[in-house]
Design a protein around this ligand. Structure first.
Ligand code: AMP
Length: 110
C-alpha cells in the first residue's frame, strides 16, 4: 500500500486542507515553496499513464479543486506539477498533482 493510500485511510497523519468524496488535498511533508499541497484522487491510480477514459471527469475535478485551493490562498501565479513515472521524477505511485506557490518559478524546471 502506498503512503498516500495510508493517508486516505487515516493510517498515517497528514495536514489535510481539503476533502470530498473523490479526492484529498494535504500539505507536502517536504515543501519546496511556501505553499506546497498535494491533490490526490481517492481512487488508486498509480500514475497518469494508467488512467482510463472513465477517469477523465475525475482528472478535471482534481484540477478544479486545485484552482479553488489556490484562490482561497490568494495565489495568483502558481505551478501545478504532475510527475509521471520514475524518469518523470515520480516517487510515490499514487497519482498526485503538486500545487506549488508563494515564490517565483523558472523555466525549464530541473
Ligand atoms: P513525487 O516525487 O511527484 O512522487 O512526489 C511525492 C511527494 O510526496 C514529495 O514531494 C514528498 O515530499 C511527498 N511526501 C512523501 N511522503 C509524504 C507524506 N507522508 N505526507 C506528505 N507528503 C509526502
Amino acid at each position: 500500500m502506498t503512503v498516500f493510500k495510508k493517508i486516505i485511510n487515516r493510517e498515517l497523519p497528514a495536514k489535510i486542507v481539503y476533502e470530498d468524496d473523490k479526492c484529498l488535498a494535504f500539505e507536502d511533508i517536504n515543501p519546496v515553496a511556501p505553499t506546497h499541497i498535494l491533490v490526490i484522487p481517492k481512487k488508486e491510480i498509480p500514475k497518469l499513464s494508467d488512467i482510463e477514459e472513465s477517469d477523465k471527469e475525475l482528472l478535471g475535478h482534481l484540477l478544479w479543486v486545485i484552482k479553488k485551493i489556490a484562490k482561497e490562498r490568494g495565489l495568483e501565479g502558481y505551478r501545478v506539477c504532475l510527475n509521471v513515472g520514475k524518469e518523470g521524477g515520480q516517487h510515490i505511485f499514487h497519482l498526485h498533482f503538486h500545487l506549488i506557490g508563494g515564490r517565483p518559478f523558472e523555466w525549464p524546471p530541473g
